[in-house]
Design a protein around this ligand. Sequence first.
Ligand code: G
Ligand code: G
Ligand code: MN
Ligand code: NA
Length: 253
Amino acid sequence: LIVETMLRNALNNHDLEIYYQPKIQAKSMQVIGAEALCRWRHPEYGEIPPHHFIPVAEASDLILPIDAYVLRSVCEQGARWLADGYRVRMSVNVSSRQFMQPDFPDLVRRILRETKMDPNLLELEITERTAMQDVDNAVHVLTELRNLGVRIAIDDFGIGYSSLSYLMRFPVQTIKIDRSFTAGIQSAVNQNPIIGAIISLAKSLNLNVVAEGVETVQQFDFLRDNKCDEIQGYLFGKPVPPTSFRLTSFEAS
Ligand code: G
Ligand code: G
Ligand code: MN
Ligand code: NA
């Protein structure tokens, strides 16, 4: 309860900061997207990463104004970059609770209108678990969101193995392979067939595939050779404040 009160104050005082982590297109080595990840700037404890406070927020309704604040800030940033000539696809994590709100699509519509953000440049990341909680509802909500022109990514994909047959029902454009699979890649030669299988499944459904948690050149080479479209991870960049975000391309290896 104390943490909740402190977090509520942080939200009111704008002590929640949004960091951006680059997504690199494997083929061109261009930075084509950014995932927004929030940080709590605490006066005493410094930067608190989201896994310490998002679960607390998710256990209360506090996650709703937090997610709304993040969504609005990200759209403002995306519109600003676009005005400066940079088309960056902005990805935002949506909590299960927020996704289940009946007025969530309305909230997204309102924020897009008020920030003048290009809907095609906004991607909402929904975890596989959230999408699977109530499949019929998820199909309905995702369809409404798609009708606004935003993109949908299924985050942390691959851990809930039952979902493959449902994937075809969801109007999504992207899957993000869970970090645990990337961590299992030790060399450019395949030891774990699952990640290759996920990529080919996704490709056969015409989905864009992102691998997250890429930390080594070996992992990058394996993923690029296996036709993974986009790479995200410390190899290319940690989450950074928008002023430090690199908007151009990387040298091919
Ligand atoms: O950076 P870290 O590993 O601590 O992030 C942990 C989790 O916090 C990730 O699963 C990420 O999706 C989540 N997260 C980060 N920022 C946000 C946010 O703004 N809203 C929601 N709902 N989750 C977030
Ligand atoms: O669940 P979600 O995918 O939203 O979580 C993203 C989290 O993964 C963020 O907290 C981010 O800091 C973390 N992350 C991003 N890249 C890497 C990486 O290369 N290695 C590790 N260990 N974590 C990463
Ligand atoms: Mn995510
Ligand atoms: Na993820």
